[in-house]
Ligand binder design. Structure first.
Ligand SMILES: Nc1ncnc2c1ncn2[C@@H]1O[C@H](COP(=O)(O)OP(=O)(O)OP(=O)(O)O)[C@@H](O)[C@H]1O
Ligand SMILES: [Mg+2]
Length: 473
């Protein structure tokens, strides 16, 4: 027990407790806790029990008496407790790389002045609290996800820029241009193979733009029959058709008013509609079908295609004037095979998305290496499918390794290692040095800059990696 003249819980009546109760509880707390310590009004140690001394690794507890408490416990908040006279009922304190759950209580003299404080370490290991902490974290994540989903569905989008995953120079350049596009109210043209994330980017650009709280309306030109396209785009005036449907119908332009119109697969737009679209974009007004009135509209257009518009223009299948109108800011999204360094982070993100909350699957470094032996014609969409299938067919639903990957990769399409180089022959030492430098760069990207992990991926020690990096720069 601490000396009774230093521990004076009399004033605990203020907290609804009697002195007797505190005195009765003290031994219980001291016994049950992993350590207890008391300080005086100047936050100098007046008493420490055996278990706390042990926990702190003090060989001579007696020498701690009279010392300022911070000299023994650097991260303590006891000075705050004695200065403010307020208890800190629950806190997590770092000490020597361990986390301690602590409670700190001030005590008072008869006149109500603080004369010191006592602290108990409730847990010296967070293990017993794990269910509580992880439940709290899960609830918190669910709530944040629900809020995000709600905000996005309110404006018609699911993705933000963070959803475009990648740390390779090519991916970072795409994100840089997307941020640029978000900040400028000009037409954007997204070019790239199927499954490279054009739709993700279109939504993300809208979400980061000044139009974010206005609608995002997508039209997939490849999915709508040609004879319905015009009505879809520009709407239908009331009574335009004789027959059953006499109501007015808004087109995509009107629905996107104030916001963003996403023209997906714009390369599939028939020529007559291209002319009408161009006019609408030039005049900022549209004419609903069967109406003789024009309606002003204010939309920002983001167009996307996986087709070669240059060739289509040469063939007369795409109007150059529309092309230049749409292509004020162009973003070319690289295929996955050109940014294989991103496979690791992409797998992490996709597996987190595929799995149930709290049951996220992982992939081994060998598994990621196996994925890089393939040329990914379907890009990130195909990667997602491969991971899903590997999880379903794999032996362990929580860990994918190379065998799981090889089982589901389309074998006939695996990349054949290039042989018979057409490059001029160079001294072997140069070729080796270049290959080494590019392997190191790729490993650093794959490990997101973590050198220890990069060294592990390369199968060399950290110090060797440091030496090689120093020589490279
Ligand atoms: N960089 C990326 N990071 C994370 N997920 C991505 C990325 N790129 C694509 N995806 C995922 O891949 C799938 C396909 O993406 P998206 O629909 O944006 O491709 P797309 O380029 O529009 O393809 P298409 O031309 O076939 O319409 C989606 O599930 C998307 O979430
Ligand atoms: Mg798409």
């Amino acid at each position: 027990m601490p000396p009774s003249d230093t521990l004076r819980p009399d004033d605990a009546k203020r907290h609804g407790l009697t002195r007797e109760l505190i005195e009765a509880l003290f031994p219980l707390f001291e016994e049950a806790s992993a350590g207890a310590i008391a300080v005086d009004q100047a936050a100098r140690i007046t008493w420490i029990n055996q278990s706390y001394a042990q926990l702190l690794g003090l060989t001579e507890p007696a020498q701690a008496i009279g010392q300022p408490i911070q000299t023994v416990i650097p991260h303590t908040r006891m000075p705050e407790v004695v200065n403010q006279g307020q208890p800190l009922l629950l806190d997590i304190m770092e000490h020597d790389n361990q986390q301690l759950v602590v409670t700190r209580l001030p005590y008072f003299d008869d006149k109500g002045a603080v004369t010191g404080a006592v602290a108990f370490v409730l847990y010296d290991d967070l293990q017993p609290l794990t269910p509580l902490v992880s439940k709290f974290r899960r609830l918190h994540e669910d709530l944040a996800a629900a809020r995000r989903a709600l905000a996005r569905s309110a404006r018609g989008t699911r993705y933000s820029l963070g959803d475009f995953v990648g740390a390779s120079p090519a991916a970072l350049e795409v994100k840089r241009r997307a941020r640029l596009a978000a900040g400028r109210d000009v037409p954007v043209l997204l070019l790239g193979e199927t499954g490279t994330g054009k739709e993700v980017l279109a939504q993300a650009i809208h979400g980061a733009s000044a139009r974010a709280d206005r609608p995002f309306v997508g039209v997939n030109l490849a999915a709508i029959p040609e004879n319905l396209l015009e009505a879809e785009f520009f709407g239908v005036a009331p009574g335009a058709y004789t027959g059953a449907d006499r109501r007015q119908r808004d087109g995509k332009f009107q629905r996107a008013n104030g916001g963003t119109l996403f023209l997906d697969e714009v390369g599939d737009m028939p020529l007559p509609l291209q002319a009408k679209l161009l006019r609408a974009l030039q005049e900022n007004e549209i004419e609903p079908l069967g109406s003789n009135r024009v309606v002003p509209v204010d939309v920002r257009v983001i167009a996307a295609t996986s087709r070669d518009l240059g060739k289509m223009m040469a063939d007369g299948a795409f109007r150059p004037d529309l092309y230049y109108r749409l292509n004020v800011l162009e973003i070319t999204v690289p295929p996955l095979r050109e940014r294989l360094a991103d496979l690791g982070v992409l797998c992490e993100a996709l597996l987190a998305d595929i799995g149930r909350p709290g049951a996220m699957a992982e992939i081994t470094d060998d598994g990621v290496a196996a994925l890089s032996d393939y040329d990914w014609p379907g890009n990130v969409r195909e990667l997602r499918n491969v991971l899903e299938r590997a999880l379903t067919l794999g032996e362990d639903a929580s860990l994918l390794d190379a065998a799981d990957v090889f089982r589901v990769l389309p074998e006939s399409m695996a990349r054949v290692p290039a042989c018979g180089s057409l490059k001029p022959v160079r001294p072997l030492a140069r070729v080796v040095a270049d290959a080494e430098a590019s392997a190191i760069r790729e490993a650093l990207v794959a490990a997101r800059g973590n050198r220890t992990r990069a060294a592990r991926l390369l199968g060399i020690s950290r110090s060797v990696l440091y030496e090689k990096i120093a020589k490279m720069s």
